[in-house]
Design a protein around this ligand. Structure first.
Ligand code: AMP
Ligand code: GLY
Length: 393
């Protein structure tokens, strides 16, 4: 017997519209999302990005009696406030950079001097990956810090970065997914300003053996236990951004959602159906010994962003060539900030627009297919990195 599956997205984009019915509902409006889910009689709501989670949309959906994947507003603060995250990490004994939370110029100057260059200055609130400044320039660090109402200044952690996703069900149980590497800076060779992420790959072959156990024991479980102790248990996906320093793995930050562009490469390799896992998280029935099936292939994602990204993305320009890009062997073309113009033309509607995800038996093969497909995408002034996964080859 075949099963009919119906997917809905709010608000969605022209990419997901090929799979799901899209609804013009504000994803940050909890009552509106809950009302839509009730009207559609859905089994499960997945609250994706950080803004709706921090706005309490998952709470509104659960209050309407519908299973929901995603943390409560209170637990999502682990991403919403860098100062709160630092406080929780300190209480739980989690390895991370030493830091100071500052609200005055005197405190800011003292912290910049204490930790020295390179300076790491983080706006306490949400800033779509752009509130963090890492610089050797004291004056620039001071200026950014003074622009923030509350600012976290911290020790610089040197080393390669990677990302982990742990599925959590509101208890202290969790299941770690495959690891990924993201490229945060806009330019080749990790130059230029920070972005939401310009590309990714999975698996991360250069990590030491046993890193998954270290992550579960030192990074995931203590955090879940501390949030539970505070009366705000976490369910959904916990996403620590990590760095492999000379003194071991340290946490740069926690996010309360799947990461972009890492999720595209992690899920590309996951052969176990995802929906059942998300439902288990939503209903508190995740089995910690869940045996996930992973492809041994390498997945590589190259992001195509608008002209001017990240400072001042140009919107409204047409994007073409996606069909020919998707025709490259084992390539998927996934949408982010795209929309359809009245003319029916696909146009840029945000910063990061398109993900070109290639999967192959070797990193070299996946990388060359990803770039072969990316070369077929036409967009005036597009911003893209040309060194994604080059470090694997
Ligand atoms: P965050 O938004 O906290 O993930 O920071 C964005 C990016 O800034 C990270 O991916 C790192 O590349 C960089 N960064 C943040 N904190 C530190 C740190 N303490 N040391 C070195 N780089 C950092
Ligand atoms: N790629 C990092 C993030 O999603 O925050």
């Amino acid at each position: 017997m075949s099963h009919v599956r119906l997917w809905h997205a709010a608000p969605g984009n022209p990419g997901i519209a090929t799979l799901a019915a899209c609804h013009p509902v504000d994803p940050c409006d909890g009552p509106a999302v809950a009302a839509l889910a009730t009207a559609l009689k859905v089994d499960l709501v997945v609250v994706g990005p950080e803004a709706p989670l921090i706005a309490g949309v998952a709470d509104a959906v659960r209050e309407a009696g519908i299973a929901c994947f995603g943390p409560s507003q209170a637990a999502a603060r682990i991403e919403g406030s860098k100062a709160f995250a630092k406080d929780v990490m300190a209480a739980a004994g989690i390895p991370t950079a030493k830091s100071r939370t500052c609200t005055s110029e005197t405190e800011i100057r003292a912290a910049l001097t204490e930790f020295g260059a390179p300076h790491v200055v983080k706006d306490d609130g949400l800033a779509a990956g752009k509130g963090v400044l890492v610089t050797d320039d004291y004056a620039a660090a001071l200026a950014h810090a003074l622009d923030c109402e509350r600012v976290v200044i911290e020790e610089y952690l040197a080393g390669p970065e990677f990302s982990a996703f742990a599925l959590c069900d509101g208890s202290t149980r969790s299941v770690l997914l495959a690891l990924a590497r993201d490229y945060k800076r806009v330019g080749d060779g990790d130059t230029g300003p920070n972005t939401g992420g310009m590309g990714a790959y999975s698996p991360v072959a250069w990590l030491p053996d046993g890193v998954e156990d270290t992550l579960s024991e030192a990074v995931i479980e203590p955090l879940l236990a501390e949030l539970q102790r505070r009366g705000t248990p976490f369910s959904g996906v916990l996403f620590p951004g990590l760095v492999l320093t000379v003194s071991g793995v340290k946490v740069i930050e926690y996010n309360a959602r799947f990461g972009d562009p890492e999720t595209q490469v992690v899920l590309e390799r996951l052969d176990t159906p995802l929906a059942g896992l998300l439902m288990a998280c939503a209903t508190g029935t995740l089995k910690p010994d869940t045996d996930l099936q992973w492809s041994s292939d390498v997945a590589v994602n190259v992001v195509i962003a608008s002209d001017g990204y990240p400072d001042d993305p140009v919107t409204g320009d047409p994007i073409t060539g996606l069909d020919t890009a998707a025709a490259v062997d084992s390539v998927d073309v996934l949408h982010a900030g795209t929309t359809l113009a009245d003319s029916g033309e696909l146009i840029a509607a945000g910063g990061r627009l398109i993900n070109i995800v290639a999967r192959a038996d070797t990193a070299a093969h996946a990388r060359s297919n990803a770039y072969k497909a990316a070369d077929r995408v036409q967009l005036r002034g597009q911003v893209r990195r040309n060194d994604i996964a080059a470090d694997l080859i």
